[in-house]
Write a protein of this length. Sequence first.
Lengths: 338, 338, 338, 338
Amino acid sequence: MIVEMNTGATKEQVDHVVDRAHSLGFEVQLNIGTEKTVVAILGSDTGKTDTDVFAVLPGVQSVSRVMKPYKLASREFHPRASKINVSGVEIGGQRVVIMAGPCAVESEKQLMDTARAVQKLGASVVRGGAFKPRTSPFSFQGLGQDALKMLLKVKSDLGIPVITEVIDIQGIEPVAKHADILPVGARNMQNFALLRELSKLKHPILLKRGLSATVTEWLTAADYLLAQGNRRVILCERGIRTFEDTVRFSLDISSIPVIKQVSHLPVIVDPSHAAGHWAYVPSIAKAAIAAGADGILIEVHPKPEEALVDGLQSLDIPNFERLMKDLRPIAQAVGRYV
Amino acid sequence: MIVEMNTGATKEQVDHVVDRAHSLGFEVQLNIGTEKTVVAILGSDTGKTDTDVFAVLPGVQSVSRVMKPYKLASREFHPRASKINVSGVEIGGQRVVIMAGPCAVESEKQLMDTARAVQKLGASVVRGGAFKPRTSPFSFQGLGQDALKMLLKVKSDLGIPVITEVIDIQGIEPVAKHADILPVGARNMQNFALLRELSKLKHPILLKRGLSATVTEWLTAADYLLAQGNRRVILCERGIRTFEDTVRFSLDISSIPVIKQVSHLPVIVDPSHAAGHWAYVPSIAKAAIAAGADGILIEVHPKPEEALVDGLQSLDIPNFERLMKDLRPIAQAVGRYV
Amino acid sequence: MIVEMNTGATKEQVDHVVDRAHSLGFEVQLNIGTEKTVVAILGSDTGKTDTDVFAVLPGVQSVSRVMKPYKLASREFHPRASKINVSGVEIGGQRVVIMAGPCAVESEKQLMDTARAVQKLGASVVRGGAFKPRTSPFSFQGLGQDALKMLLKVKSDLGIPVITEVIDIQGIEPVAKHADILPVGARNMQNFALLRELSKLKHPILLKRGLSATVTEWLTAADYLLAQGNRRVILCERGIRTFEDTVRFSLDISSIPVIKQVSHLPVIVDPSHAAGHWAYVPSIAKAAIAAGADGILIEVHPKPEEALVDGLQSLDIPNFERLMKDLRPIAQAVGRYV
Amino acid sequence: MIVEMNTGATKEQVDHVVDRAHSLGFEVQLNIGTEKTVVAILGSDTGKTDTDVFAVLPGVQSVSRVMKPYKLASREFHPRASKINVSGVEIGGQRVVIMAGPCAVESEKQLMDTARAVQKLGASVVRGGAFKPRTSPFSFQGLGQDALKMLLKVKSDLGIPVITEVIDIQGIEPVAKHADILPVGARNMQNFALLRELSKLKHPILLKRGLSATVTEWLTAADYLLAQGNRRVILCERGIRTFEDTVRFSLDISSIPVIKQVSHLPVIVDPSHAAGHWAYVPSIAKAAIAAGADGILIEVHPKPEEALVDGLQSLDIPNFERLMKDLRPIAQAVGRYV
C-alpha cells in the first residue's frame, strides 16, 4: 500500500503512519521527496487491510493499493486455470458449454419440451428458474418447490445436469438436493450471508456479476465462496448498468480477457439478461465465445410470446437452433468446440 | 401502456396485440397513423403488467409505460406525506431527524460514549452496526449478538431509539427485539425474500437505495415492504455508483425533490457512506437538508483513527458538534428545525 | 408522441395540449381513461419536435417519444445497409476492413515502417494521428502539418488509403487534402459546428461515439453529418464510460447488433482506446467481428515502449501479426473475410 | 508515481524501469519485497508524465499516480481561493452570485423583459444563449449575431454584466466583444483547440463540466485555460450522466466540497440543465448554496410554455421570485449573502 502524505505533513504525522504499519505487522519504506513524503507499506497481507486504516490518519492525503483485495480467486494464488466438473460436463476446458432453457419453469410440459429440444441441439446443461426474484411484488414469483421436482425429472429422464437459482439461505437445501449447479443472482452477489453458507457446500456455484459491481468487487465476492473450502466457483458476466438505454444492461465484453488474466476461475456469459431482447442475443453470444468465454447461459422458450417471465429475451427453438449452428465455427476459430 | 407497431406491421399483428390486451382485462384504443399504428392499452392495473408481455409479440417495435410500476409507495395512491413515529420521534414531520453513531459497535464503552455525546448534541436516534456486510471475507464482520445487547442498553439507559442493520432473514428476530428501526442495506435493496419478511413486521424499516438502483426501482422495492401491511417505510439516499472517483459514491441530491413529488414516504440522507471521507460529509449533510430531506444518518466515532470499520468517513465528536451547529440555521431556512 | 396528463388534469389543460399539437401541424387522438387522460400526438415529423414542447404545459405529467429523434441515419429512412467506398476499399461490404497504425505519427521512419508492416499483414487502411487532443496541456500534441505530409507519402508510396483525425474546423482543409477518411474523435461527437462543416464535404467521415453518448444521441449526431449531403458516414464504437476500472472504457459490444438493426450505416470498432491495454485488444477485436462489426481500427507501433502517446494500448508488429491470423477464421465464421 | 512490478519480474525489467525514470529526470527508490518489487518514481513534475510511459514496459503490473495530473488549477499551486471580478461583480467572494435569464435569446422584448425582472429580483448577471448547440440538426440553433446585439443592449441599458456561450473558435471574437463572461459548454469541455484560444483572452471563462468528466479531468481541462495566462476561470457543475432517468443529469453535489478542497477556483452550479425540469430546480439550487457553491446559473423565461428551447427547465418570473426569497436565508446560514 502506498501512503502519500500532504505537502507539509509533519514528522510526527509520518511517524504515526509508520507506527500503525508496524503495529499491523507490515514493513515500511520511506520516500522523502522535496515536496512530499511517500510511505510504502510492504507485506504479503496488505491486500486484506482496508486502505482506510491509513487514510484516516492525520496528514495523509491519499492511500492506494498495490495488492488486490481478493486473494483466493486470483491467478497469483492459483496460476493454472481451474476446470470444474459438473456431473460429467467440464467447465473451463476446451469445450464451450451451452446452458439453455426457460427463464422460469412454468409447467412440466414446457420444461421437458424445452429440455429435450436444447439437449438435442447441443446444450449440455438445462436451466430453469424455480424461485424468481422480481422487481415488483405483483409479478409472477416462480413455481418454487414444484419446479424443483420438474427439474429433477429432467435430470433423471434426460441425463443432463440442471441449473436453478438459489435466492436465499432457506432455499439452499432444497435447491442443492435437486440441482447440479447453484447460481447466485446478480442482486445477491454481495449477499455475504448467502455466500458464506454456499461456501460450505461441494456443489458448483455460478456467481453472477452484480449489475454495478467492478471486476475487483466480483472477484472479492468469489473469495467468500472459496473461503470455506468450496473450490467449484464459476463466474457469469450478465451485463452492467450504464446510461445506455437500447439494451437492458451493457454486456462488459472486456471483463472476459481481464478475468482470464487476473483470475483462474472459468467465466461464462448470459447474453439474454444483458440484452433484454432476443434479437440481440446471437451477436452477443458469438462475441462472448470469440472473446474467450467458457460457456453461454441462454434463455430458450418454446413459445416466447406466452412466457410468464422475460419472454422478450428468450429465443424460440428455431432461433436457438440457428444460433447453435452459428456458434460452432466461432468456437473452432478460437481453438475450441461447442 | 403504449405499444408502437413496426412500420408495415400487418393487421393480424395489430389484432394479436389487441387480443392480448383484452385477455388481460385491459381496454385498447387504436391510433392508425399513415406511417405506423400505435395501440394504447388502458386500465388502472397496467402498471403491474410487464411491458414484455406486449414487446414480445410479432410486429411490435417498442412498448412504453404510462403508469409507474410502483403503486403503494406512490403519491397518487397516498396523496399526503407519511409521517412515521419511532418511539416518540417523528420522521417526515417538521423536525429534521439526526441519527448518529459509529459505523460498527466495537465495545460497550465506545458505543455508550458516542451515544451520550451525540444525544447531548441533538441527535434523536443512535446508530450502530452489529452485523457488518463487508466486501472482503477477511474484514471485521461486526460483534453480532453482543452488539445488539449493547444497543439495548443504550436505549434503556439513555431513552433514545436505536437503529441497526438487519442483513438476512435469520437476523430479523434478534434485531427486531433490540432495535427501533431496521435498516435494509443498499446491497439488500432487492433481496426480495428479506423485504417480504420485513413487510410482516410493524417496525419501521429504513430502505437504503441500491447503489445502482433507479428511483423507480427503489420505490418498487418499497412496494414489497408495504405489500403485506407494514406502513412504516423510510427511504434513505446514500449515493449511487458513477464514474466519479474522488468520492466513494455520488450522492444523488436530485432524488430528494423527485421523491417528494412522486412518493409519500419520508426520505433521509446518509452523507457518510456516500462521501467515503469525513471532510466532505458536512457539505453534503447541509445540502441534503436544504434540498428537503427529512433527516440525516451520520457516522460519528470518538476516535476515527482507531475505528475498525470506515473510520475515514466518520466525524469525531468536535466535528459532529460543529456540524450540528451548522445544520440548525439551514433547517430554519427551509422552515424546519433540527 | 404520447402525452400523459396528471390524474385530475382539467379539460382546459387537455385542450391546451391539443391546441398546441394542432398549431404544430400534428393530429391528436384522445384516450380518456377512468384515472387519467392520454393524448397521442400523431404525424410523421414528431421525431423532430422536442418533447419539452408538451412537457412544459400545465397538467402534463410526462411525454414519451414513439418516433426516434434521428431520421437520416435510421434504417426506416434507408432500409438497405450503406456501403462506403474509400479509394477502392469498401466499408460495410463482405470484407472486414482492418485500419492499423500508430496512435500518433512520430517520425517518417516510424510511420513508414508501421505502414509497410501492417499493409503486408493485411490492413487496408493506415491510421496515424497528426493532431492529438490530449487531456493535459503539458502532453505531446502531435506533429501537425508535418505528420500530414508523411501520411500523404505513405498513401502515394504504398497506395493505401490513410485516416487521420480532424480536431477542429481550421483543420478540415489541410486534413481533407491529405487523408482519405476523416475521423471525428469521441470528444467532438457533439461539436455540432464541426459536424456541420464536415457535412459539406464528400470525404468519408468516421464518427466516433462520445464516451457517454447513447446510441440514439450518436445516430442523431450522424444526422448532422448527413444533413447537408455527405452520404459517406461510418460509425466507430470505442468504449463508453462506466464505473469499471480495469479498462479505460467499457466496449459496448451490444451497440453493434443494435446499430445494425436501427441504422443503415456501417460500424467499426476501436478496441485499443476502449481497452487502454494491449493485452485485452485481441479478445475485443475478435468479439467485435463475431458480433458483426464491419471493421477494426487498431493501434500498432513498432516499439510500443518508446511511443510518445498511448504505447500501452498499442500492439507491436508480432502481436498484430498474430491477431490478423486469429481474426481470419472469426471473419469466416460469420460469413465474411479479412 | 508508483510502479508495481509483476511477481517474478526480472532484475533486467526492474532496471529498465529505473533507467526510463532517470532518462526523464526523475529519481527512484526501490522497494524490493518478498513477493514483488515496487519502484517509486520521485520528482515534482511526475504529474505531467503519462503513467503509460512506465506501464508499457515489460514486467510492469500497474502504475498509480501520487501527483495529480493538473497543476495550475490545484490548491497546492495556489493555496488561496481565487476571487474573480466581472465588471464589478465578484465571483468567489462572500456574495453568492445569481446569473439568470432565458436559455436562448428569442427576441429583444423577451430578453429585456426577463433581464429587467431578474435584475430587480437580485440577479447580478444576465444569461442568454445566442448560439445553441443542439442534439438534433433539425432543432432551433439560436439567433446568433442578432442575439449578441440584444445582449449588449441589456448590458448598456441595465448596467448588468451578460454571459453567453461561445461554441467554436470562430465565435470567440464576436462573443468576446459583446459578453462579460464566456462559458464553455459541457460538450466542449475537452475541445482543447477552443480552450487554447480562450486561454489567450483576459475575459472570465466559465468552464462547464463535461457530462461524463471526472473532477480530475475537469480540473485538467481548466489547466488548458490557465496555461497561457488567463487567470479568470470559473467552474460550473451542471450534472453528470448516470443511469438515473427521472432527471436529465444527476447533479454531483459532492463535487463542490471536493473542488473547494483540491482547487482554488470558484465553482457555481447550473440546476436547470441538471434537473431538466423546473419543479426540481429550487431544491437543487438551495442544496448547491448550502454545500458551498459560489453562485447559481439559472434559466428564467417569462413564458416557459412558449420557449423555443428548454422551456421545461425554466422558472417563470413568480417562481424565480420565490426561489430568490428562499435562497437568502440559506446563504445566510452558510455565512454568505445573495
